[in-house]
Design a binder for this molecule. Sequence first.
Ligand SMILES: [Zn+2]
Length: 227
Amino acid sequence: MYNIFISPGHGGTDSGAIGIDAYEKDINLSVSLYLHEMLIKNGNFNVVMARNTDKTVQLFERALMENEIKHDLCICIHHNAVNGNAFGAEVIHSVNGGPGKYLAELIAEEFKKNGQFIRRVFSEESKVYRGKDKLYMIRYTKAPCVITEYCFIDNKTDILYVNDGTKRKAEATAIFRAICRYFGLSVEEELDYKSLYENEAQRIAVLEGKLEVLNKSLMDIVNFIMK
Ligand SMILES: [Zn+2]
């Protein structure tokens, strides 16, 4: 089993980027929950999520959670916004390159298969901590860490990549496929995707923080649904 840490960016009092009728924190969580389901259903992964509801979790808390057990990968899910004009996907990895850079390249390839334009796959060095990464999660997590920015949610065309559940699922599928390829696991061309949730109302209740999803194993989720 591989241990995957998913960090849905922002949450709670921190909305993240503000898009067109959308907060980044909500889209991040929605995509993360889809990815979580896919990984658990696949059967090769244990998953820990930094948050699975709309709540505030500081970066240092996230890094501590990631450090708690040995993870094989850390995926931080974000969406961009800048001036309303920029578009395309960005994937950020460590200045040290290595496995994180490899995963970032796989994710970019899979985003491209969804029809998304790839702006850049890059790393950024801190001006304060020389030779180290500028972004906190990449700097302080122990597992190879990648930050994904699938699209610009303040751009009226780019937000169409995440404006409904099907498209968010497509984004999660791309990341899922890249993770499978990273570990050399076979990826079925057509995913037989069936939600673990009984219905959309239950999924939305989770998204709205009215229900907590336990992570770690499929049984946890099944037990949770059966309650
Ligand atoms: Zn963000």
